[in-house]
Design a protein around this ligand. Structure first.
Ligand SMILES: Nc1nc2c(ncn2[C@@H]2O[C@H](COP(=O)(O)OP(=O)(O)OP(=O)(O)O)[C@@H](O)[C@H]2O)c(=O)[nH]1
Ligand SMILES: [K+]
Ligand SMILES: [Mg+2]
Length: 367
């Protein structure tokens, strides 16, 4: 039996099975099996076309990268060309772009790599078109733009999300707050710090048993689903922020535009007419979680022309000092910070472990 057929059989069985106390274990098992077969499908083999799941060869440059995903002719290349000034062929026919076209965009002083990708179609993750390579590249990005054409049905959005999800990409989600510690004996011990409304203990046991984990301490700190548990057990998921770019708004009415605004994480734009692109850039900056810090030499005005750009989670005074020169942290007596992270408007004296925020101004004082 082919893997595709096995997946279909499991899906049929799940649809037939009513969820109740007696079937929880069985359903948990089925979900875990389904996830395993889907993974098999993604592992390159002689089946399915489109080549193995390796990405196009693109050298990563800049501080972060943004990948453009979408169906053909939604306007990915038009947007990328205008944002970066790099030429990427655009045309009215589908599949104009056939490989990854990298460009660099300067966002508030930070070089950001933008990757224009070929259009994908339904079934991409299973090897249709160049889908696998496209999705493999997007797995490595710090941010994904799903570009949608407002003139086309919005169920395209669901199709693309499922393609990415099937490849282990989780959009706009955080890693589930669960830990599964395997042990030698004692069976499955479940501890939860919040009530669980979406998963039963029997389902947890079934999933772990399916993954050959008979003994483990399971610590759950949020109201997770069975799928989230499987994500943790599988362990190869990537969690990437995503912005839905609703393109070609120049071609629709204001009333239609109002409806579109209700899609979470979306930004309506027109890439050809350059409408609302500034808002897109602002939101892009927020979602990249980068932190600009301006240097202020002692006794002088801050230099606002060239910020030191750090990543959230790696943005202490020490990280800042390292970004300038690796010796500086050793010579540092203290620093003075102005801005969001400062307790006082006139500046706060801080040490190496102080966490900086976007647009702070910093003065380093050496011994
Ligand atoms: N009305 C309108 N047309 C647009 C807009 N952006 C792009 N287009 C048109 O849409 C068509 C496709 O644009 P491309 O940029 O080639 O689209 P793509 O998504 O890169 O397409 P593939 O590379 O084939 O996947 C072209 O005819 C563009 O001129 C827009 O904002 N408004
Ligand atoms: K096109
Ligand atoms: Mg293109």
């Amino acid at each position: 039996m082919s893997t595709v057929q096995r997946i279909k059989d499991i899906e049929d069985e799940m649809a037939r099975t009513q969820k109740n106390k007696n079937t929880n274990y069985h359903l948990g098992q089925l979900k875990a099996k389904l996830s395993k077969y889907k993974k098999e499908l993604l592992t390159p083999s002689s089946s399915g076309g489109g080549g193995p799941g390796v990405g196009f060869d693109v050298a990563k440059t800049g501080l972060a990268s943004v990948g453009f995903i979408g169906f053909p002719s939604v306007g990915k290349s038009t947007l990328m060309s205008k944002l970066t000034g790099t030429h990427s062929e655009t045309a009215a026919y589908e599949f104009t772009t056939l490989t990854t076209v990298p460009g660099t965009m300067n966002v508030f002083g930070a070089p950001i790599q933008v990757l224009d990708l070929p259009g994908i179609i339904e079934g991409a993750k299973d090897g249709k078109g160049r889908g696998r390579q496209v999705i493999a590249v997007s797995r490595t990005c710090n941010l994904i733009f799903i570009v949608l054409d407002v003139l086309k049905p919005l169920n395209d959005k669901g199709v693309i999300e499922r393609e990415l999800e099937g490849f282990g990409i989780r959009l706009n989600q955080s890693p589930p707050n669960i830990s599964v510690k395997k042990k030698e004996k004692g069976g499955i011990a479940i501890t939860n710090t919040v009530p669980l409304t979406k998963i039963e203990p029997e389902e947890i046991k079934a999933v772990l048993s399916e993954y050959k984990i008979p003994n483990a301490d399971v610590m759950i700190r949020e109201d997770i689903s069975v799928d989230q548990l499987i994500d943790v057990v599988e362990g190869n998921r990537v969690y990437i922020p995503c912005i839905y770019c609703l393109n070609k708004i120049d071609a629709i009415s204001i009333e239609e535009l109002d409806l579109l605004y209700q899609i979470p994480n979306s930004v309506p734009i027109s890439s050809s007419q350059w409408l609302n692109v500034d808002e897109l850039i602002d939101i892009m900056w927020q979602r990249l979680q980068l932190v600009r810090v301006y240097t202020r030499p002692k006794g002088r005005a801050p230099d606002y022309t060239a910020p030191v750009v750090l990543r959230k989670g790696r943005c202490t005074v020490e990280h800042f000092a390292h970004a300038i020169h690796k010796e500086i942290a050793k010579q540092l007596k203290y620093a003075v910070v102005w801005g969001k992270s400062s307790k006082h408007p006139r500046g706060q004296k801080v040490g190496l472990d102080h966490i900086l925020e976007d647009e702070d101004v910093l003065c380093l004082v050496k011994h």
